[in-house]
Design a protein around this ligand. Structure first.
Ligand code: COA
Length: 532
């Protein structure tokens, strides 16, 4: 065994300070998560209940196997936008009749469950996850369709939601729609494109045009039930496969549908695994409040992998990037973790080699981010930092084993790319509350802008206003700082959620289990030209 030792001193002042900084960030995160849970607020929740309806998360709870976890994704979607936190949609992974499924549920308490640009992004992300991991997709539908004032942002790209449903079906990934209420106009294609459809009596409204629109279009008098009620669709149109008498009945029937899907995982469950030897609670005290201070990622690895057992690869070479092999909840993983922040040529080449090895062996990769990016400066440029960074980015881009990323601290510049940032399609990407991500650090960015402005003034022969410069720098710094924060980035769907560091092992274990629903094979060749 190669069990990691720890140098962390939980009684020491550093640990205490780091822990306090992390706890403060977690408290802030909790209050933002509470906004998503509150949905449209008391008034609309109350009205919804008075109508005898269940809330989105209650529907999910009844759908899932009792006492099984639900990995909610991107609960902070739409944070910092004009739309309510959560984007009127709940998405996540949960177990139904022993089958891991991707579940989406409209939140009808938020503007009638209408989809805004962030709801759309969230729905499309959920579909991507279902497709990549072959997870059956269950849609719990009750939505006013497109958020009409923002229709220009969603009408044209929104068609992808229906396209995805039929592509999932074509790929043999089951799709199930349970309709609890409004599912009209474009929304009618959610049940329309799903493999299995359940509708709730006197609640489901599934039509292309409601009574007023029909009256306008053809002059025909009609009503909701005859145009799109559950009974009509179950008896007459045939769009509903199952007629549910109420919401719990619909969820019970959805469970029966899943029980009969015969959906099989590509890999068996590895069974119980040994927990880490070091206490995951201590993950709170590792990342310094000031990200300029480096921390040893082995302290993190020691608290997330099975038995804290880690076989380090090339430990003496390119020491600013720690690489090595471990298991997480019984699944083998290769880990790349930034140690000193900066990536040099050696680290980049080591990463490219390590990624190739993982592909040869069919081992998923976990990227633990704390990087300020690739090293700059004459010595490093002359040493080929661009081509070595390019090797790493090539390896990450063309690797075919599943990737997962966790932003623990900094994730700046091309370092974010080389470490499998969002654009590199990791199967899952989560951030800790301590994370920050941007093209570069706020001070560096403000400083660069200031130098450029000074040079521009000099070139025009104009004087440079130093006082205005200081004010501008401070303003830019503050703006970049706020745009680097995890809740801002999560609001824009640049991750799948901001998680408590203590939950990292559990979250990654759930993700790895979902990942192993689909078979995968590493790239044996097929990388781009490695510039040597
Ligand atoms: N876009 C933007 N806002 C919408 C909306 C939509 N598609 N649907 C509902 N809302 C808003 C309402 O204006 C209302 O806002 P307010 O409380 O600030 O006045 C809030 O959401 C709740 O709507 P309300 O009608 O009171 O809720 P309800 O539960 O009684 O009915 C619907 C919900 C969805 C059945 C009903 O609002 C509706 O028919 N909406 C329009 C549906 C539509 O035609 N969509 C276009 C499809 S492409």
């Amino acid at each position: 065994m190669t069990v990691l030792q720890t140098a962390l001193d939980p009684a020491g002042p550093d640990y205490q300070a780091h822990r306090e900084a992390m706890l403060a960030k977690l408290a802030d995160l909790e209050s933002e998560h509470a906004k998503a849970l509150a949905g449209g607020g008391e008034k609309y929740v109350e009205r919804h209940r008075k109508r005898g309806k269940l809330l989105a998360r209650e529907r999910i709870e009844l759908l899932l196997d009792p006492d099984t976890p639900f990995l909610e994704l991107s609960p902070l979607a739409a944070w910092g936008s004009d739309y309510p936190v959560g984007a009127s949609l709940v998405t996540g992974i949960g177990v139904v009749e022993g089958v891991e499924c991707l579940i989406t549920a409209n939140d009808p308490t938020v503007r009638g469950g209408a989809s805004n640009p962030w709801s759309l992004k969230k729905a499309l992300r959920a579909n991507d996850i279902a497709l990549a991991n072959r997870l059956p997709c269950i849609s719990l539908v009750e939505s006013g369709g497109a958020d009409l004032p923002s229709q220009k942002e969603i009408f044209i790209p929104g068609g992808a939601v229906f396209r995805d449903l039929t592509r999932l079906s074509a790929a043999g990934i089951p799709t199930v729609a349970v309709v609890f209420g409004n599912s009209t106009a474009g929304g009618a294609y959610i049940p329309g494109m799903s493999d299995h459809v359940i509708m709730v009596k006197e609640r489901a409204k599934v039509f292309l045009g409601g009574p007023p629109l029909v009256k306008m279009a053809t002059g025909e008098e009609s009503d909701d039930e005859s145009l799109g009620g559950a009974e009509m669709h179950a008896r007459v149109s045939g769009l509903a496969d199952y007629f549910a008498v109420d919401e719990p009945d619909a969820l019970r029937q959805a469970r029966r549908v899943v029980a009969r899907l015969n959906h099989r995982k590509a890999y068996p469950d590895p069974g119980p695994a040994e927990p880490p030897k070091h206490d995951p609670e201590e993950l709170l005290g590792i990342v310094p409040g000031d990200l300029k201070i480096p921390f040893d990622p082995r302290e993190v690895i020691a608290r997330i992998v099975d038995g804290s057992d880690f076989d380090e690869f090339k430990p003496l070479y390119g020491t600013s990037l720690t690489t090595g092999w471990a298991a997480l909840h019984g699944y083998p993983v290769g880990i790349l973790a930034n140690a000193q922040g900066v990536l040099f040529s050696e680290e980049s080449q080591k990463a490219a080699q390590f990624i190739q090895l993982a592909n040869q062996r069919d081992i998923p990769l976990l990227f633990l981010h704390n990087t300020t990016g690739y090293m700059v400066g004459k010595e490093y440029e002359q040493g080929g930092i661009i081509k070595h960074g390019a090797m790493m980015i090539n390896a990450v881009s063309n690797s075919r084993v599943p990737h997962m990323s966790v932003l623990m601290g900094a994730s700046y510049g091309a370092g974010h790319y080389g470490m499998c940032g969002r654009a590199y399609d990791p199967r899952f990407l989560f951030a800790w509350p301590s994370a920050k991500s941007a093209v570069m650090g706020p001070q560096q960015l403000a400083g660069v802008l200031s130098i450029v402005a000074r040079q521009s003034a000099a070139a025009k022969g104009q004087p440079y206003d130093d006082e205005a410069d200081a004010g501008l720098r401070a303003m830019v710094e503050q703006q970049i700082e706020s745009e680097s924060l995890p809740k801002f980035l999560s609001g824009r769907l640049y991750d799948d959620g901001v998680i408590d560091p203590r939950d990292t092992r559990t979250v990654l274990g759930l993700c790895l289990s979902a990942v192993h629903t689909a078979s995968y094979e590493g790239a044996r060749g097929g990388f781009g030209v490695f510039r040597m």
